[in-house]
Design a protein. Structure first.
Lengths: 304, 813
């Protein structure tokens, strides 16, 4: 049978793929998880991803553009899946999820460092789950045995009949740090994987427009008392969803400066980093890698 | 200056009239012809012979030349197609230039075709001699010239035919450049599992051959390269080739494959029929020759993992650019092979719609142990081994709506694949639905019996409908068992389609670059389908393998060796002789010096003329084949064809129409087709009326408008032009097309001037159509009768002044 391509939009997912006799490649984009940012489009080496603008909803709310992938161009190596902050893209080879480009050590994974000291959680506290804008945290309680309760008392932990178990779907977490800010007991530590800056020059905004606030996936933008748009720097993940819908793009000054990732030596990563941040951002990382290497060489020399 | 070409010396013509036993003498009174010939001006010696072509006859010619100081010789005997070469040699041996010789055809075109019309036949024979003498008076000596030969060969295409041609040439001792457009040589044979009828493993027998080609010091393989341009002529071809970038440095790559191991991206492998994948940097198959990896930049994400692992070998260069090289060779052999037809436009068979319908080459890759499924023939829908397999023959072949020809090897490969599947999975039920089982060659019929003995079921019938079962993806074939005369339905779990072989996709581009033609079926056209299946009309370019016509492996190998032999006849010499019947431009008359013309350039199918801006056109004599089409097309009459000059032809026309022109048909017949057809009419003794007076030209393209005008000015009853059939029969490729366009326009003009349409006729007669020629002559005789002499004369009187003005303006009268 000849090579077959398919693309189906159903059940809130975009599914497309390539079917050969002995191998199947597939990609699924979960429309609920995709927030219409711009990162996958920037890193695709074949420029197979396009964003289709979506009209405003019936209530006048701005909506993020829809992602479309050209199934004939896609090579299914999963660079887009790695870079997606929301984990909306899933790549399958022979119906098994995977990221070929990571498995072959040609691309790193983004480091989502999330530390939750759930032992110290206040009893029955679910604030992190409630406040998470992406719904990736689920808190459940399991009853403690009397021995465990006594052990907790000994260690000075707050007394509670139930153990709090906090599950975080890490691949879907965009490291916005809202949970960190909202935890009443400061038990959460999150490191953003994308560093950057976002400035909204709100005197350039069209009158009464707050499209960016409508689409921001992590509620990092808010309306001030003067009815103008302001940025909450701590929460912004620099994804660019706001920039995509802004009717006056000069008002948005967005830059990404560095990206946290596992150790890697790859030309593909260098290109992706340059596309995501800037040539300057790439040079910075290369310089630090270089000095790191030089330092190791000298260290080994000293040892020898 | 020898006495033969000194214009101050009048021609001294000797006429030798042959009895040819009773063939000529039985119908024509030879003594009358002798007496008549003596009366012709410039004829100083006439002799009759019983058999002029035999030694005594030839000696008489030589004696006559010496004794009577002859400087022109006319032999009135059989057809020049028979003995012109014989007498040219004879005349040369007597010290006369061989081109100062002319033949008068009084056998095939007179005695043999007018046996019962003795009175008219003798009158015609006299005029045939008169016409020949008229031309002989104006003949000039010509000298064949030589061009040097570059003793290197090129073979385009590295399949089984091309490799054999290259090996034979290399082993004779010539340097060979083997150009292959794909990454590896080997062609389609490398994709096969086993070959019929011996069931030899294909790559096992081909692999060593590929290595032999790579190792031979006389062969340079230039792979992953395209031919861009070919200039030149036999012995001296200049070929421009572009080596496409592999992004791998060929001399550094050891073929170790470490780069492919670390590459993260894979893409469908077209060598595996898109059944499996290959890495972005990879070889198409493990036995590739040369074993050099190629990086496909379309899929490369530039991670540089391959560069890292290659390390100090430095074989990968992502900045590599295409390289253009120019090679000089003496001959080119085209062995570009064939493609497979994918029946995506025949939805009836379900290819591309139903999962379990595949083509035979895809099945071959499945059966092959090195293929993408490890040698297991499994279904695409569920990966299971099918319990019933059906082969459908003649998909696209033998179909007037698709490809009319029979591909020739599908019956055999269907039997082969059936036997292989039976051997892997003996429980499989196999059906072959055929139209005819064609198993003609050595071992083939026995192979067919072997399949039947193994239990393969052969059903004579072509399916009309194929339905797919939704859940199982099984296929229901509806056909008619024509031997039983009953409809039948077969449920198969897999269908293998035996599709047509088609001309390779790059064939039309290559045909354009090499100036060779393709037949109506799209395969390259050979010089003669029976006697010259390897030559092309372009001297020095040969064909081998499936590109000339679909054939299987042993036939391709033979033709490869044959092409090597043909090429060697040229390469083994230092020089090659070019016949001097070529066209020459008079630079004083050429219009291109004053305004942009270039008509001769577009008339020529061989690219022989070259017209630089502002300069007179120049014709490369080595590329000119002597058809004369440019001569007739030239608006300034600036081109002359040696041995068929305008003066000579006008002299023939005037000689033919000197007496009673209104009763005559003046015929211009092309040497290769119509003249040969007319000869055949005589040989077959088909009798026809005697009206026609024939003027032989090499190609109908030579026939100038002015010849026709002059003929009608002199009062010819009818004018006839006989040419090779359209579209592809012209020996000079397109001469007949140019003639047709020219004469269609002329017919319009003459009809407007008041000439009856039947009086000017263009017909297409092949060398095999003697009967058709005779019938045309009979038809034209009837038409002349119907018109009547009075009408013909009246029309002539009317248009004569107009034609005279036209011809006077051109300075022709």
């Amino acid at each position: 049978m000849p090579l077959k391509h398919y693309k189906i939009e159903e059940k809130g997912k975009l599914a497309l793929g390539k079917v050969l006799y002995s191998k199947r490649f597939g990609i699924t984009v979960d429309r609920a998880l995709c927030k219409g940012c711009v990162l996958c489009k920037l890193v695709c080496p074949k420029e197979a991803i396009t964003l289709k603008p979506t009209p405003k909803s019936s209530e006048g709310k701005a909506q993020s553009p829809k992602v479309d992938i050209d199934e004939t161009k896609c090579d299914f190596h999963a660079i887009c899946a790695v870079v997606c902050p929301f984990g909306a893209i899933d790549v399958t080879v022979n119906n098994e999820s995977g990221k070929p480009v990571v498995e072959k050590e040609a691309f790193p994974i983004l480091l989502r460092e999330i530390q939750i000291d759930s032992e110290r959680c206040a009893p029955d506290c679910k604030i992190c789950e409630e406040k998470c804008p992406l719904g990736v945290i689920s808190v459940r309680f399991e009853p403690l045995t009397p021995e465990e309760m006594k052990d907790r008392e000994k260690r000075g932990l707050p007394s509670t009949p139930n153990r709090t178990i906090v599950d975080v779907k890490e691949e879907l977490c965009a490291t916005c740090r809202i949970c960190e800010a909202e935890c009443p007991n400061k038990l959460i530590q999150v490191t953003k994987f994308i560093e950057g800056s976002l400035e909204i020059k709100n005197d350039l905004c069209p009158e009464g427009c707050h499209d960016c606030i409508d689409v921001c996936p992590v509620n990092a933008l808010y309306l001030g008392e003067d009815n103008k748009v302001y940025v909450n720097d701590m929460f912004c993940i620099y994804c660019g969803a706001c920039l995509n819908v802004c009717p006056k793009p000069e008002a948005v000054e967005l830059s990404r400066t560095s990206i946290g990732h596992s150790p890697i030596k790859s030309g593909a990563w260098n290109k992706a980093l340059e596309n995501l941040t800037s040539t300057h951002g790439l040079n910075k990382e290369l310089r630090s890698k270089r000095t790191g290497k030089a330092r190791d060489v000298i260290k080994n020399l000293k040892r020898a | 200056m020898s006495k033969s070409d000194n214009p101050l010396i009048r021609p001294r013509i000797g006429v030798f009239i042959c009895h040819c036993g009773l063939n000529i003498a039985g119908v024509l009174d030879i003594s009358q012809l002798v007496e008549y010939s003596k009366t012709l001006p410039d004829v100083v010696y006439v002799k009759e012979n019983r058999y002029t072509c035999a030694d005594p006859g030839q000696n008489e010619i030589k004696q006559g030349i010496t004794d009577y100081n002859l400087n022109r010789v006319v032999v009135a005997a059989c057809s020049p197609r028979m003995h012109e070469p014989t007498f040219r040699v004879c005349v040369e041996e007597a010290g006369l230039n061989p081109f100062l010789f002319e033949m008068a055809n009084i056998r095939e075109m007179c005695s043999w075709c007018h046996p019962t019309q003795k009175k008219e036949a003798i009158a015609k024979a006299k005029e045939i001699i008169k016409i020949a003498v008229a031309k002989a008076r104006l003949l000039k000596p010509l000298i064949s010239f030589e061009v040097p030969v570059v003793n290197k060969a090129m073979v385009i295409g590295g399949g089984i035919a091309g490799m054999n041609a290259a090996l034979d040439l290399a082993n004779i001792g010539f340097r060979v450049y083997l150009i292959e457009k794909d990454e590896s040589i080997g062609g389609h044979m490398a994709q096969l599992d086993k070959t019929f009828p011996t069931l030899d493993c294909s790559i096992c027998i081909e692999g060593p051959k590929m290595v032999e080609v790579a190792r031979n010091p006389n062969i340079e393989i230039i792979s992953f390269a395209d031919v861009l341009k070919v200039d030149g002529f036999i012995g001296n071809f200049k070929v421009k080739i572009r080596k496409n970038p592999r992004y791998v440095v060929q001399k550094n790559c050891t073929g170790c494959g470490e780069c492919a191991d670390v590459c993260p991206v894979e893409y469908p492998n077209s060598w595996e029929m898109n059944l499996g994948t290959r890495r972005t940097i990879s070889v198409p198959f493990p036995q590739a020759v040369p074993l050099v990896y190629t990086l496909n930049k379309d899929h490369c994400i530039e991670c540089y993992k391959c560069v890292d692992v290659c390390g100090t070998r430095n074989a990968i260069d992502l900045e590599q650019k295409p390289e253009e090289i120019e090679i000089e060779v003496g001959t080119i052999t085209v062995a570009t092979g064939f493609d497979i037809y994918y029946p995506l436009d025949l939805p009836r068979y379900g290819y591309g719609r139903h999962l379990n319908v595949i083509t035979a080459l895809e099945a071959e890759r499945l059966i092959n142990a090195a293929g993408p499924t490890g040698g297991h023939v499994v279904r695409a829908s569920d990966g299971k081994v099918p319990k019933t397999v059906a082969f459908l023959q003649c998909i696209g072949s033998r179909d007037v709506n698709k490809y009319e020809y029979c591909t020739g090897f599908c019956c055999m490969y269907a039997i082969k694949e059936a036997i292989l599947i039976k051997e892997h999975e003996p429980e499989t039920e196999i059906y072959i639905l055929y139209m005819d089982m064609r198993t003609p060659f050595k071992g083939f019929e026995e192979f067919y019996r072997r399949a039947r003995d193994l239990g393969v079921i052969f059903i004579r019938g072509k399916p009309s409908e194929i339905l797919e079962e939704k859940e199982t993806h099984n296929l229901i074939i509806r056909a008619q068992d024509t031997l039983l005369g009953e409809p039948l339905e077969v449920e198969a779990e897999m269908i293998i389609l035996c599709t047509a072989g088609i001309p390779n996709s790059g064939a039309d581009e290559l045909a354009r670059i090499l100036h060779i033609t393709r037949g109506t079926d799209g395969f390259f056209l050979e010089s003669h389908p029976k006697l010259k299946p390897i030559d092309t009309p372009v001297d020095g370019i040969f064909l081998a393998g499936a590109c000339q016509g679909l054939k299987d492996i042993p036939y391709s190998v033979s033709q490869g060796s044959g092409a090597a032999g043909r090429a060697a006849t040229i390469l083994s010499k230092d020089k090659v002789e070019i016949e001097p019947i070529v066209a020459v431009v008079d630079p004083e008359k050429c219009r291109n010096t004053k305004s942009k013309c270039g008509i001769c350039v577009s008339a020529c199918p061989y690219s022989a003329p070259f017209a630089a801006e502002g300069k007179a056109a120049v014709i490369n004599p080595a590329m000119c084949h002597g058809c004369g089409t440019c001569v007739a097309d030239c608006p300034s009459d600036a081109i002359t064809q040696m041995h068929f000059t305008d003066e000579q032809i006008f002299a023939q026309i005037r000689a033919a129409l000197e007496t009673e022109p209104e009763k005559k048909i003046l015929g211009f017949l092309c040497n290769w087709c119509c003249y040969a057809g007319a000869d055949l009419a005589g040989t077959s003794r088909f009798e026809y009326p005697t009206h026609i007076r024939v003027i032989r030209v090499m190609c109908s393209g030579r026939v100038d408008r002015d010849f026709v005008l002059e003929a009608f000015r002199l009062g010819a009853g009818m004018v006839f032009i006989g040419a090779c059939h359209l579209p592809n029969d012209c020996h000079y490729i397109s001469g007949n097309w140019k003639m047709k366009a020219r004469m269609d326009a002329l017919q319009g003009m003459l009809t407007k001037l008041g000439l009856s349409q039947e009086r000017f006729r263009v017909a297409f007669v092949s060398a095999a159509e003697g009967l058709i020629f005779a019938n045309i002559m009979k038809e034209m005789d009837r038409q002349m009768d119907d018109l009547g002499l009075d009408k013909i004369k009246a029309e002539t009187t009317k248009i004569k002044p107009i034609l005279e003005n036209m011809l006077k303006r051109k300075g022709l009268i």
